[in-house]
Design a protein around this ligand. Structure first.
Ligand code: F6R
Length: 619
């Protein structure tokens, strides 16, 4: 969704903010803009449609320093992408500039009221009402306090919004506020300089000391620090926390794309995910921040997983792992469906959100619903300090550092590992896993990072993915089939391909193929079949036969040395022989690479796929 960056301090704020926006490009956007105060405290705004370089080019030879600036990358919700709709928006007198992430649900009503008071609108956005309303509140209250005017404005807004305000009325100051769940607001602490951003990577190069705004909070940010207050204006004390992310992790290095870098990082990222969680000598899984005692775990009547997109698919695998190891019934729901279907919940239910960003509006809303119903809430989250982590009773961090590629890869596999650990943890606490089985599961997961490393090495050296990608790049449709533990991986494989290559792809439970999708099979339709040598192998082979009988091309993911399966298919990608519950994680890797290599051949913008955003903070 929209990205926000702001700076006050001695350096050139324009440069700092434009650099911050560059690091937010992964969020996806269709226009960008910046507002800054010059040395005479005059407010200037520059906005462009399209890519960020259209904006940075304008400042290439601009050496005039600016003490304060706010910038924005827009992902259109109200009003088409064009210069006039790009942020920042300003008040009619030009003295107040606002950047905004979220949706003002009652903007039509506010717009009409403001128009009745003589305000003229220059854009089609909901954001512009915020700028005019701040101005109106400032004027009509005859208050010299801009902060009061911002607070009064927030009280009028319906929906979820994060805003940052820059004004000539209070130079050297940024006013940031958060209403509801529309994305985070991070306040970064420097030495006599301060930062504001929607996401940590925008400021990570400068500082790892940050504070987060909660729903209803407002921050007045000056070079010497930030003063926080709640919606009624009561001061709040907030101390910055240290983010353990490495700034280099947010750089692309020698890789052509962030996505490729993140795929190849997975041996390390999964090593990090497991760090501090498993103790082989004590036969233990430790999830300290989950805050769940054995007695709470024993009382559980069931688990509900809520998530969106790839995280939802991770949840579908999590369901199978948890059910196998704990005997608990697990249901999985989309965040966007959960709260509208009157879910049955009680205090003995674990509601588990899976959200890499920790800011997905639909998932947060589901968590809120669960909290109101007094369920035990937990989140599997990547971004430390994100909203999901803060509002849940417990959290399991993915421990993979920033993921910049819009199409998730390393966060997806990390969430699968966290779900595996959770299943073992719950099974242990509930007494459904005996000591030997637990020891076996813990030993197995410890081997996973190396297996992932070997998988990546073999993909790289064999060139098999490149060859398959070249053969099928021109196809319009793909089918992905998996069964049991591999059905969610088939869904994820198809989603990866859709997202970055724009090829239509469907993931299906293999056994369901004959109930409909088989009608699509012909010589132009490749089918990717996940068919490792496991308990369902024979069933998968029969699906392969059915596709071949209709002249469809089959690309199989098969266990190394399974020549029998290899002979039946057109292309084979070998999977390492691994314990059954780890194979789905290994199978995800070649599917990530296949989507990547096809997208490269189709020349798409892999790190910024059209219409997509890294965190979806609107409903
Ligand atoms: C796909 C992808 C998305 C996200 C979804 C949920 O590659 O990344 O489908 O999984 O938008 O995002 P989070 O996990 O941040 O809640």
């Amino acid at each position: 969704m929209c990205g926000i960056a702001g700076y006050v301090g001695p350096r050139n704020a324009k440069t700092v903010v434009l650099e911050g926006l560059k690091r937010l490009e992964y969020r996806g956007y269709d226009s960008a803009g910046i507002a800054f105060l010059d040395q005479h405290d005059l407010l200037h705004i520059a906005r462009v449609k399209g890519r960020l370089h259209n904006l940075t080019d304008r400042f290439r030879n601009d050496l005039d320093s600016a003490p304060a600036a706010i910038g924005h990358t827009r992902w259109a919700t109200h009003g088409v992408p064009c210069e006039k709709n790009a942020h920042p928006h300003r008040s009619a007198d030009g003295e107040i500039a606002v950047v905004h992430n979220g949706i003002v649900e009652n903007y039509q009503e506010l717009r009409s009221q403001l128009q009745g008071n003589g305000y003229v609108f220059a854009s089609d956005t909901d954001t512009e009402v915020i700028a005019h309303l701040i101005h109106y509140n400032w004027k009509s209250r005859k208050t010299s306090d801009l902060v009061d005017a911002v607070r009064a404005t927030l009280r009028k807004l319906k929906g979820s919004s994060a805003i940052v305000v820059l004004s000539t009325l209070r130079p050297d100051t940024l006013i940031a506020a958060r209403l509801g769940n529309a994305g985070g607001v991070v306040i970064g602490y420097g030495e006599n300089e301060m930062y504001v951003a929607s996401d940590i990577p925008a400021i990570l190069k400068h500082t790892c000391r940050v504070a987060f705004l909660e729903n209803g909070e407002l921050a007045v940010v000056t070079p010497s620090g930030a003063a926080y207050s709640d919606s009624s204006g009561t001061p709040i004390i907030k101390h910055p926390v240290k983010i353990e992310w490495d700034a280099a992790a947010a750089e692309k290095g020698s890789f052509a794309h962030y996505m490729l870098k993140e795929i190849f990082e997975q041996e390390q990222s999964l090593t990090d995910t497991l760090r501090g969680r498993i103790d082989i000598s004590r036969n233990q899984v430790r999830l300290d921040m989950l805050n769940m005692t054995d007695s709470v775990a024993r009382r559980l009547s069931g688990v509900t997983i809520v998530a969106c997109g790839s995280s939802y698919y991770a949840g579908l695998l999590g369901k199978q792992l948890i059910e196998r190891l704990t005997g608990l019934h697990v249901e999985v729901d989309f965040g966007s469906e959960f709260r509208y279907r009157h879910p049955v919940l009680d205090e003995n239910r674990l509601v588990l959100a899976i959200t890499q960003s920790g800011e997905t509006t639909d998932t947060l809303a589901a968590l809120e619903e669960a909290r109101e119903r007094k369920a035990f809430t937990a989140s599997i989250v990547s971004v430390v300090g994100s909203q999901a982590a803060r509002v849940s009773d417990g959290v399991i961090y993915m421990q993979v550092g920033p993921e910049i590629g819009v199409a998730t890869t390393k966060a997806f596999t990390a969430s699968l590992v966290d779900l595996y650990l959770l299943a073992v943890f719950l099974g242990t606490a509930r007494g459904t896993l005996d000591t030997n089985r637990r020891a076996e599961l813990i030993r197995n997961i410890a081997t996973l990072p190396r297996l992932v490393g070997k998988t990546l090495e073999s993909m790289q050296h064999s060139g098999v993915i490149e060859a398959v990608a070249s053969k099928y790049t021109d196809r319009a449709n793909f089918l992905y089939l998996g069964r049991g533990l591999h059905y969610p991986i088939a869904l994820e494989g198809a989603l990866k391909l859709k997202e970055i290559s724009y090829i239509h792809a469907e993931g299906y439970p293999a056994g369901e193929m004959k109930h409909g999708p088989i009608a699509l099979i012909d010589e132009r339709m490749p089918t990717v079949v996940i068919a490792p040598k496991d308990s369902l192998h024979e069933k998968m082979v029969s699906q392969i036969e059915q596709v071949k009988a209709r002249n469809g091309a089959v690309i199989a993911l098969a266990t190394q040395d399974d020549t029998e399966t290899a002979h039946k298919v057109d292309d084979v990608v070998w999977l390492l022989n691994a314990p059954e519950m780890l194979t789905p994680i290994l199978a995800a890797i070649p599917l990530q690479l296949l989507a990547y290599e096809i997208a490269v051949r189709r020349g798409t913008d892999i790190d910024h796929p059209r219409n997509l955003a890294k965190s979806v903070t609107v409903e």
